[in-house]
Write a protein of this length. Structure first.
Length: 264
């Protein structure tokens, strides 16, 4: 198996750079916010963080491709960095501390592109999570000060905690019925949203989560962290990994049941 230690260290350096930029402008009264064509907001901090990450990658990994939410795709090859400079921009611009920079490295294999390194850094929460293929998943503030992550062992829907982002996406896709059935049948539901539910699945504090519409940069880092913590990460169609345009994550024991409710 390839050694991803150097790539993981680089991802932490990239996250450090992004954290400094995003925290400097968090809650700034003169923060500039625009509306993108898809009617979602983008702040000057989103753009600045992604630009810094891209510049660092050009120096450190000039042969690797990059895909980012704000500036699209650049380069070609078997290795591609996937970046969401601020996952949770709506929270960011309103001063809600639940947002994070997501950085993943994807590598081509016989089964297709797969995430092999992932870092999720939420500086306003003073939290960071990371993983690399075959090395496990961790949380902490640095590689040298970390706690290994492990998913829960809850095996019944009736005992499970389920996290989600909103109701409207499920309704728009004709899957609200299954979603509501799941919320009625499980033990507890909470609308944490964005990256956070996936990290809680990896930590074992939440047992399952799902979202009906996502982009690759929303999922790639989350996927490797959940999987390396012992969980399952698929699309609602059951396809493993972050390629389905939607996501279901669980401790693995609940995954078939989760997809039965939400898969449609």
């Amino acid at each position: 198996m390839p050694d991803y230690h150097d790539d993981l260290r680089l991802a932490h350096v990239l996250a450090d750079t992004a954290d400094a930029t995003t925290m400097e402008r968090f809650k700034a009264l003169d923060l500039k916010v625009e509306t993108k064509p898809d009617m979602t907001p983008v702040s000057e901090a989103d753009k600045a963080a992604e630009e810094l990450i891209r510049t660092s990658l050009q120096r450190a990994r000039p042969r690797d491709a990059v895909l980012g939410e704000e500036f699209g795709s650049e380069g070609h090859g078997p290795r591609r960095w996937v970046v969401d400079p601020i996952d949770g921009t709506k929270n960011y611009v309103r001063g809600v501390p639940v947002w994070a920079t997501l950085i993943a490295l994807m590598e081509r294999s016989e089964e297709g592109d797969r995430p092999v390194v992932g870092v999720v850094s939420a500086p306003a929460l003073n939290r960071r999570w990371w993983a690399a293929l075959g090395l496990g998943a961790y949380t902490g503030r640095s590689l040298s000060s970390a706690t290994r992550l492990s998913v829960s062992r809850v095996s019944r829907i009736q005992d499970a905690s389920f996290a989600y982002s909103s109701l409207t996406g499920w309704e728009e896709r004709g899957r609200l019925g299954g979603f509501l059935d799941l919320t009625r049948d499980c033990w507890r539901t909470r609308g944490y949203g964005d990256f956070w539910p996936y990290m809680m699945v990896a930590e074992g504090s939440v047992d399952m989560c799902a979202e009906p519409e996502l982009s690759l940069w929303d999922m790639a880092a989350n996927a490797i962290i959940v999987q390396e913590a012992g969980g399952a990460f698929t699309g609602l169609d059951g396809r493993e990994g972050p390629h389905s345009g939607d996501a279901a994550a669980s401790n693995g024991l609940l995954h078939e049941d989760l997809l039965a409710y939400l898969g449609g």
